[in-house]
Design a protein around this ligand. Structure first.
Ligand code: HEM
Length: 431
């Protein structure tokens, strides 16, 4: 009989808080440092929660090849399903693949092509608003922008009027059910119940309106797909909500990091600006021919991944890199740790928009959208929308940091972002 392997080693933390402070800051850097100091599997504790973190090439391969058999997402994402009918995150096997197929069609980048004029007009309107303010709070501004863009592309109408309700209710659910920051009883607070009810009314009204009007011109969008799907009304509403919420924070954090990068790297800003200026009228098809901008998006996702891990719970005991992981253990596959390893990305500290990602992508070592069965369904939309947004931005606005010299301070609430204090000033470029 072989002896059972030891449990993963713990990363030293402080009393009571454990590793919470580092998990709430630059969590990607924390995972990279712990991988180097402790190895590819280690335990962390944040207040009352304990996670096993698995990182490196073998961890990504395990999630890709055995993720479906070994893990469930219920404990991490069940709250989104129970509270909002957003079920795709927690399903497994065939039912998951079926819902993914339908939802994937409703979240396709083709919808941006179909609603290009509407999305760019709203983006330009919002960016012009930035130029009228003395300072722009970048994360908040980018959340509003991403929410408007995604809701127009996916549903044909902006959700801007409900933005604050949507943001506060969803962030509370994430803090309670995924981050474990507040007790579950928080979801019984009257203020939360009211916000939740409003979100439900909003999703049901959007679906009812579409059902009455019938599908519009162009490809079927997310609402058409949800209405035609063989699911109960709460799941159809959850599908519609994916268009208003899934992706808003991650896309906004990506935009915010890109702005930080552009302000800190004048040579990158000069290159993308020259590329956009030379491109002529900005049509959806022309987005493909902007290599410096594509490089900026890819490299920002490498260095500053807005979702640096996939949270799961082990369904059965298994061994990984010389350690035993027990059934029921909460696990986080830190999928983006390879982004910082020189064996996969030469000179990883260098921000290089000319990097070749092809080999790392094929080997699942470039993984800002995770790997395996639950890979992001909005990845295609994110990439084209991010290119379009930076193109419109550098064409319209001249940017400067509101507080020159302020260092980048990453905070992970709920995901890694440059923090609420990151502000810029924007002036019209023609001025
Ligand atoms: C920078 C932008 C984005 C990043 C970094 C990102 C990242 C991720 C990651 C890492 C996952 C996997 C989670 C897991 O393994 O449990 C995921 C799943 C998902 N994402 Fe995104 N995402 C982004 C934008 C979007 C957008 C715009 C949408 C569109 C609404 C979207 C919709 C989804 C959905 C529906 C899933 C669940 C897929 C499933 O469970 O089968 N994401 N995303």
């Amino acid at each position: 009989m072989t002896a059972a392997l030891p449990p993963p080693p713990a990363v030293p933390g402080v009393p009571v808080l454990g590793n919470a402070l580092r998990m709430m800051g630059d969590v990607q850097q924390f995972f990279v440092d712990a991988y180097r100091d402790v190895g590819p599997v280690f335990r962390v504790r944040a207040l009352n929660q304990s996670f096993v973190i698995m990182a490196g090439a073998a961890a990504n391969r395990l999630l890709l090849e055995r993720g479906e058999a070994l893990f469930t997402s219920e404990e991490s994402f069940g709250g989104l399903d129970r509270e909002f009918g957003m079920r795709v995150h927690v399903l497994r096997g065939r039912p998951h693949r079926e819902l993914r197929r339908i939802l994937g069609a409703g979240l396709s980048r083709d919808l941006l092509a179909a609603r290009w004029e509407q999305v760019t007009a709203e983006t330009e309107r919002m960016l012009d608003g930035w130029a009228r303010r003395p300072a722009v709070a970048v994360v908040d501004g980018c959340q509003r922008l991403a929410a408007a863009q995604l809701s127009i592309a996916y549903t044909g109408a902006s959700s801007a009027a409900r933005f604050e309700t949507l943001r506060s209710a969803f962030e509370l659910v994430l803090d309670v059910t995924i981050a474990g920051k507040w007790p579950a009883a928080t979801l019984r607070w009257p203020a939360y119940r009211r916000a939740r009810a409003e979100i439900h009314r909003f999703a049901r009204a959007a679906l009812a309106e579409r059902a009455a009007a019938g599908p519009g011109e162009g490809p079927p969008d997310l609402l058409d797909r949800a209405l035609a799907a063989p699911y109960p009304p709460d799941v159809q509403a959850g599908m519609a909500l994916q268009g208003y919420f899934a992706g808003v924070n991650t896309v906004a954090y990506l935009y915010s990091f890109m702005l930080d990068v552009l302000l800190r790297n004048p040579e990158v800003l000069a290159r993308v600006t020259a590329e956009v200026d030379a491109a002529g009228p900005l049509t959806f098809d022309r987005l493909r021919a902007l290599p410096a901008l594509h490089g900026l998006v890819m490299e920002t996702l490498r260095v500053y991944p807005p979702a640096p891990g996939s949270a799961r719970t082990a369904l059965e005991p298994f061994d990984f890199e010389g350690h035993r992981i027990e059934a029921g253990q909460r696990v986080l596959v830190a999928t983006c740790v390879p982004h910082q390893l020189p064996e996969h990305f030469p000179d990883p500290q260098r921000f290089d928009i000319d990097r070749d990602f092809a080999a790392a992508r094929r080997a699942s070592l470039y993984a800002p959208f995770s790997v395996g069965g639950h890979t992001c369904l909005g990845a295609g939309m994110t990439q084209v929308l991010a290119v379009a947004t930076v193109a419109l931005l550098v064409r319209r606005l001249r940017l400067a940091p509101a507080t020159p010299g302020r260092p980048l301070r990453i905070t992970a609430t709920p995901g890694p972002n440059p923090g609420r204090r990151f502000t810029i000033s924007a002036t019209p470029r023609a001025a």
